[in-house]
Design a protein around this ligand. Structure first.
Ligand code: ZN
Length: 305
């Protein structure tokens, strides 16, 4: 596929913008359909569905992204703190930021879009059909809604990686370490806690004690090549693809969905906005995905009880 020639897996980095104009060979510029019955007919026959989700799904649960207008933590946006350079300069500040985000997640819950996806996965799986979930969200709301085998492109807020031994582990502790308790306030006038590096989260592996970092893909970092390979295999074999709550001109939908559409496989976009890539897709359902998705993924009349 063309996409593979353009972007070698090992060098795919976060924050990549991809040109979309006619790049993938689909020259049909008629508007995508919003005919739900037509989508439901295709959905009822699909054997292997891939669902890509992005920030829009989390936003409907009130999860802050720290991007765009008003999206600040203290004086900064995510692009300034979610980088290896920011962490090496000031690990205490970056840990305060992530501690705050972890603690905020304790107050958030999955919304009807997460639930519709989890329910659809479970239901179709029982009938021998396959629904693969690929997300760029790091908040684990899909898992909490009951989805299994979630491919997390950008890692998770609730995993850590050791800077010394590389060990990755799940970590749902609140607070993640004693020194961060009560820290991380987002108010712009809050002073840095300046936590000594030895008091930040440390590796629990025997004799290591290395500094831990959040196991998320930061801006400028490469994506996990094993996960990318899995995603590409799923995209190559699916017979229906849904793009939910993510802009189709920004990674990852920009890379993945047009690749599927170019194969002649139906792609349905569920989003609050149109994008240039929208024109390459067969369906576009406009509006909050917590409203549009449950109707789209509900049991079809043709499904045996
Ligand atoms: Zn370690």
């Amino acid at each position: 596929m063309l996409i593979r020639h353009l972007y070698c897996r090992a060098t795919v980095t976060r924050g990549l913008f991809v040109p979309t104009k006619n790049t993938w060979g689909n020259q049909d510029m008629s508007r995508p359909s919003s005919d739900l019955a037509a989508f439901r007919d295709i959905f009822s026959k699909a054997k292997h569905v891939v669902i890509l989700t992005g920030a829009g799904v989390s936003a409907e649960s009130g999860v802050p992204t720290f991007r765009g207008a008003g999206g600040y933590w203290r004086k900064w946006q995510a692009q300034q703190l979610a980088t290896p350079e920011a962490f090496s300069r000031n690990p205490s500040r970056v840990w305060e930021f992530y501690h705050y985000r972890r603690e905020v997640m304790l107050t958030k819950t999955p919304n009807p879009a997460h639930q519709a996806i989890a329910e659809c996965q479970e239901r179709l799986c029982r009938k021998g059909r396959k629904v693969t979930l690929v997300t760029q969200n790091i908040d684990e709301l899909h898992r909490r809604a009951g989805s299994k085998d979630v491919l997390e492109l950008h890692g998770s807020l609730f995993k850590t990686r050791c800077m010394s031994c590389g060990h990755v582990s799940a970590n749902h502790k609140s607070p993640i370490c004693a020194a961060l308790e009560g820290k991380g306030a987002p108010d712009p006038n809050t002073d840095d806690a300046k936590i000594p590096v030895n008091d930040l989260p440390r590796c629990q592996e025997a004799d290591c004690r290395g500094l831990l970092r959040p196991a998320v893909v930061w801006f400028g970092e490469s994506l996990d090549s094993d996960i990318l390979q899995r995603v590409e295999e799923e995209l190559d074999s699916c017979d229906l693809c849904l793009v939910v709550g993510t802009s189709s001109i920004v990674y990852p939908a920009a890379m993945f969905a047009p690749q599927v559409a170019a194969r002649g496989v139906p792609v349905a976009e569920f989003n609050m906005e149109h994008t240039p890539a929208t024109m390459e897709f067969q369906f576009h359902f406009h509006g909050p995905c917590g409203t549009t998705l449950p109707a789209a993924l509900a049991p079809h009349l043709s499904e045996a009880k």
